[in-house]
Design a protein around this ligand. Structure first.
Ligand code: 5GP
Ligand code: MN
Length: 344
C-alpha cells in the first residue's frame, strides 16, 4: 500500500475530466529526458487502455535516439518539426496534461499555444514552485520522478489494473533515468514497492537499463574520453569540477542529441567533489547543467545566474553569450554564491 501523497480533490477532479473528455493532449518539456518521455508515454498507454483513443503526445523538440524503443515513441509529434499540426492539436484538445514541467516557458516555442489553449490543463510534476496556469496542479517535489507520480495517480483513481506492460515499461524508464538508475533521490522505500509492481506487469528492468545506457555510438565514448582527458577543470578549493564543449568539438565527434547525457555526472566520482557543471555551446544558446551531492542547491544557483531551474541536486539553465563568457559567468557566480561556504 502506497502513502497517499497526491491530494484527493486533485485526483477526483482530474478523473472527472478524463471520464467526460475525448481529445487528450500530453505535453512535456523541451529536450525531453527519460522522465518526460516515460511519464508522457506511460499516461498515453493508460488512457488508451481506459478506452480513450484520441490521445497525442507532443514534445517541443526531439528526444535522444535511445528512447526510440519506448512503446509509442514513434507516434510522438515534435512541435519543432510539425509546428502547425502540433499547435492544432494543442488548440483542439479537451484536456492537456502538462507533465514534468512547472512553467510554460519550459515548453519553449509551444508555450504561446499552450497558454492560449482552451482545454482543461492538468499539471503532474515534481519541480519546485509550479506556475498557476493549470486547472489542476499536482506538484510534489519530494517525489523523485513524474513517472512515479503517474503510477500513483493511476492507482489513486483505482485503475491499477489498467497499467499494461507498455505503460509499466515507460513508467519504469522515467523512474530509472531521473534517479541515475537509482543512485540518487532514490531512498524512499515505496520506489521499490512500485518497481516490484511494475515487474509483475511484465517489464524486464535489466533490458530497459541496457536499452537506455548501453546503446551509444563509438564516437560518443570517444567524446567522453576527450572531455575527461582534455576538458575537465577541477577547482579543488571549491569542491567543484567543470566540463565544457564547443560546437566545433561536438561536430568533431559527430554529436547527436543525447550524446552528452550523463557527462555532467562524471566528475562527481572524484573524491571530494560536491558540485559539477557541464557547459555546452548549442546552436541557439549556451546550455548549462549542474549536479551536486549534499546540500548545494543547484536549482537556486541556476535560477539566480542562468535563467534556469530544477531540483536541489540536479538543475539546468541557459546563457546567452559566448562559451568563454558563460564559463567566466559560472566562475564569478560560484565565488559570489557559495551559500554558507558549504563547498569551500
Ligand atoms: P539536465 O541537466 O539533465 O538538462 O537538467 C536537469 C534538470 O534541471 C531537469 O530535470 C530540469 O528540471 C532542470 N532544467 C534543465 N534545464 C533547465 C532550464 O533551462 N530551465 C529550467 N527551469 N530548468 C531546467
Ligand atoms: Mn523529471
Amino acid at each position: 500500500m502506497l502513502t497517499k501523497i497526491i491530494r484527493e480533490e486533485s485526483i477526483q477532479e482530474a478523473k472527472k475530466y478524463i471520464e467526460k473528455s475525448e481529445r487528450f493532449l500530453i505535453l512535456t518539456h523541451v529536450a525531453p529526458d527519460g522522465d518526460a518521455m516515460g511519464s508522457s508515454l506511460g499516461l498515453l498507454h493508460f488512457l488508451n487502455e481506459y478506452g480513450k483513443d484520441n490521445v497525442t503526445v507532443v514534445v517541443p523538440s526531439s528526444y535522444p535516439s535511445f528512447y526510440r524503443w519506448m512503446p509509442g515513441a514513434k507516434e510522438i509529434i515534435v512541435h519543432e518539426k510539425y509546428t502547425a499540426y502540433a499547435e492544432e492539436l494543442i488548440r483542439d484538445a479537451d484536456v492537456i496534461f502538462c507533465l514534468d514541467f512547472n512553467e510554460p516557458r519550459r515548453v519553449g516555442k509551444a508555450s504561446a499555444a499552450l497558454l492560449a489553449a482552451k482545454g482543461k490543463k492538468i499539471m503532474i510534476d515534481h519541480h519546485l514552485d509550479p506556475a498557476g496556469f493549470c486547472r489542476v496542479t499536482m506538484s510534489y517535489p519530494e517525489i523523485s520522478s513524474t513517472s512515479e507520480m503517474i503510477f500513483r495517480f493511476i492507482c489513486r483513481m483505482g485503475l491499477f489494473d489498467l497499467i499494461n506492460k507498455q505503460a509499466a515499461e515507460c513508467i519504469y524508464t522515467g523512474m530509472m533515468t531521473d534517479t541515475g538508475a537509482f543512485t540518487y533521490n532514490s531512498n524512499h522505500p515505496e520506489i521499490y514497492t512500485i518497481i516490484s509492481e511494475l515487474i509483475k506487469k511484465g517489464i524486464d528492468k535489466d533490458l530497459i537499463y541496457r536499452r537506455v545506457y548501453q546503446v551509444y555510438s563509438e564516437s560518443r565514448l570517444q567524446l567522453m574520453g576527450y572531455v575527461l582527458y582534455e576538458k575537465m577543470k577541477v577547482y579543488p578549493e571549491l569542491k567543484t569540477a567543470l566540463i565544457t564543449l564547443s560546437q566545433e568539438e561536438l561536430k568533431r565527434f559527430h554529436y547527436t542529441t543525447g550524446d552528452t547525457e550523463g557527462f555532467v555526472n562524471l566528475p562527481l566520482s572524484i573524491d571530494g567533489i560536491e558540485l559539477t557543471a557541464f557547459i555546452r555551446e548549442d546552436p541557439d544558446c549556451v546550455k548549462i547543467s549542474l549536479r551536486s551531492v549534499g546540500d548545494f542547491p543547484c536549482n537556486e544557483f541556476a535560477i539566480k545566474y542562468f535563467n534556469g531551474g530544477g531540483h536541489k541536486n540536479a538543475s539546468g539553465g541557459e546563457f546567452y553569450g559566448s562559451l568563454p563568457d558563460a564559463v567566466a559567468a559560472f566562475e564569478k557566480a560560484l565565488q559570489a554564491f557559495n551559500p554558507g561556504k558549504r563547498i569551500v
